[in-house]
Design a binder for this molecule. Structure first.
Ligand SMILES: Cc1cc2nc3c(=O)[nH]c(=O)nc-3n(C[C@H](O)[C@H](O)[C@H](O)COP(=O)(O)OP(=O)(O)OC[C@H]3O[C@@H](n4cnc5c(N)ncnc54)[C@H](O)[C@@H]3O)c2cc1C
Ligand SMILES: NC(=O)c1ccc[n+]([C@@H]2O[C@H](COP(=O)([O-])OP(=O)(O)OC[C@H]3O[C@@H](n4cnc5c(N)ncnc54)[C@H](OP(=O)(O)O)[C@@H]3O)[C@@H](O)[C@H]2O)c1
Length: 493
């Protein structure tokens, strides 16, 4: 049987993949298929069901501009409403029939004879596509570090992104390993139920007040009846967030102001001097993600919560032995230990037009032109690729900019019947430029963070603000080697 040939194969059904599919459709490109390894859509908002899971950028900017979330109930809205938004989005753009679930793409090989991507799909027939768009996300491969003795622990344990909803914390001793963006959201909720909660902190975090805003019915009616009101709020927040970008630049007045606000928040929340000291970060503001929480600090003052800053020596049958020699007992351990954020392609093997494997090309750290294209991996466009994550604004805005670029490129590829391959000098100059711009950024300063690799190179974050990324990210033919497919029939590209 001949393999199915489609114009575009999209990998993933989070904000990245769904927005891509909708934009292709809106632009008349309908011969595409979305491949999703999970049984349902939603990406991180399907996976992160831990109590308290919510966005920490304002919901008015955490949606697509062309599908505003007009009746979103809060500024920092919970996971359920975000998943509902994505489900409504897929319904509105009639995407469901083009999403193939339980279909992990395991291998993608550029087929030089046929000038197509050959895609191997777990549990399903292989597919051939003219264009391949991996929208695999940066934060969906949960990691539990390889702790000594963990296999001996007799209680229950799980990762924050794989929350076991059957867990009853009542009357239980609980340990949380990790205290960053995920943990500061579930810790207040777990503490309300557990007999005792011990929080292991390796590094303190810079935490700002969140100041939740819950919209009244009257406000929601107004947003719905007069979307200009919603966009006024959205634009204000976007600009406010853009102005806040300088907080991530070392030595700026804005960064100092960020430090002041965070320390004031800590002082207002915690009276105990020793606890305050433990909770005061010893690295640059902005080096890790700046957190937002109003209930994390107060939770640490509860009678049933202890903050431990000693290291983890090993796990035992009954809990964790600290490096200070104290055994902390637990019935349940929650790992808020983050994700394999730098392994963009995960298990997926991608082979380009020179026979190179993407994982080998990226052995010293992933790089792409504008986070989108890699030389010799022609007609492949990454969504939320290397150096496109942010600390200061909404990732969804970055994704929307990428979708527009890819639509322009795909239109050209399909109408002209060509392949496009980013020029090596363009790619190299771009990556040198953004790494040079990283020098003044707190992202490259000294702390452990998922933004940078073991060599200290920042490979996840974009070094500038969103509007600069928008200006950079315009599809220009001059950046690409363009090859007519007719001329190339039968030859390697
Ligand atoms: C808990 C949490 C909260 C966050 N909050 C915010 C926030 O407040 N603001 C913000 O800007 N960003 C936030 N982020 C970042 C978030 O990753 C992005 O905002 C955005 O949701 C990324 O969407 P995505 O589609 O690129 O990736 P994902 O949502 O990760 O989707 C990728 C999809 O690809 C699928 N997939 C992966 N590999 C394969 C394969 N080989 N074959 C088939 N399918 C595959 C996955 O199953 C998944 O469904 C948060 C992240 C997390 C984890
Ligand atoms: N919207 C939101 O509010 C929200 C919520 C969740 C996640 N997110 C996104 O997802 C990203 C990841 O967040 P995350 O909190 O899941 O992961 P993370 O930021 O990578 O944090 C992992 C936590 O685990 C600790 N840790 C890791 N390995 C450890 C080890 N071997 N021993 C002891 N402690 C260890 C880390 O300590 P160190 O700090 O010392 O490394 C840190 O506290 C965020 O930065 C954000 O972009 C957003």
């Amino acid at each position: 049987m001949k393999n199915q040939i489609i114009d575009v194969a999209i990998l993933g059904s989070g904000y990245g993949g769904l927005g891509m599919a909708a934009q292709l459709k809106q632009n008349g490109i309908t011969n595409f298929q979305v491949f999703e390894k999970a049984p349902t859509l939603g990406g991180v908002w399907r996976d992160n069901t831990y109590p308290g899971a919510a966005c920490d950028t304002e919901s008015h900017i955490y949606c697509f501009s062309y599908f505003p979330n007009l009746r979103v109930s809060k500024m920092y809205v919970e996971q359920g409403e975000l998943l509902d938004y994505l489900q409504r989005f897929a319904q509105h753009y009639e995407l469901e029939s083009q999403i193939q679930y339980n279909s992990e793409i395991t291998k993608a090989t550029w087929n030089a004879d046929e000038q197509l991507w050959d895609l191997e799909v777990k549990n399903a027939a292989p597919v051939k596509a003219k264009v391949f768009i991996p929208a695999w996300g940066q934060l969906n491969k949960p990691v539990i570090p390889d702790f000594k003795g963990l296999e001996k622990f007799k209680g229950k344990f799980f990762h924050s992104a794989e929350w076991d909803s059957s867990t009853d914390f009542v009357a239980k001793k609980v340990i949380s390993i990790g205290n960053a963006a995920s943990a500061v959201q579930y810790i207040p909720e777990v503490a309300k139920e557990a007999d005792h909660l011990t929080v292991f902190q390796r590094s303190a975090n810079w935490i700002m007040p969140r100041n939740q805003q819950i919209f009244t019915e009257a406000e929601l009616d107004e947003f719905e009846q007069n979307p200009d009101k919603f966009f006024e709020s959205r634009n204000y927040i976007h600009n406010f967030r853009e102005n806040g970008f300088d907080r991530t630049q070392v030595g700026t007045a804005a960064q100092q102001e960020g430090v002041r606000v965070a320390l004031e928040h800590l002082h207002n929340s915690i009276q105990d001097e020793e606890l305050r000291k433990k909770l005061t970060p010893n690295y640059e503001f902005g080096c890790k993600r700046i957190l937002r929480s109003d209930d994390y600090f107060p939770t640490l003052t509860r009678h049933n919560v202890t903050l431990v800053t000693d290291g983890i020596a090993e796990f035992t049958e009954n809990g964790v032995m600290t490096t200070a020699g104290e055994l902390i007992e637990a019935d349940i351990i929650v790992f808020g230990t983050g994700f394999a954020s730098q392994n963009f392609n995960g298990e997926l093997d991608i082979i380009g037009n020179q026979g190179d494997r993407l994982s080998e090309v990226w052995a010293d750290g992933a790089e792409a032109y504008l986070g989108l294209t890699v030389p010799s991996f022609n007609n492949m466009f990454l969504v939320y690729g290397p150096n496109t994550s942010l600390n200061h604004n909404s990732i969804v805005t970055m994704l929307e900019i990428q979708h527009q670029y890819i639509v322009d490129a795909v239109k050209y590829i399909l109408s002209e019947d060509v392949l496009v391959d980013v020029k090596q000098p363009v790619f190299s100059a771009y990556n040198q430029d953004i790494q040079a711009k990283m020098i003044d950024s707190a992202f490259s300063s000294d702390c452990s963070s998922w933004y940078k690799n073991a060599a200290g190179k920042v490979i996840n974050n974009w070094p500038l603000n969103v509007e600069t990324y928008r200006n950079y990210t315009q599809f220009k033919l001059a950046d690409y080697i363009v090859v007519s497919l007719e001329a190339k029939q039968g030859e390697p590209a």
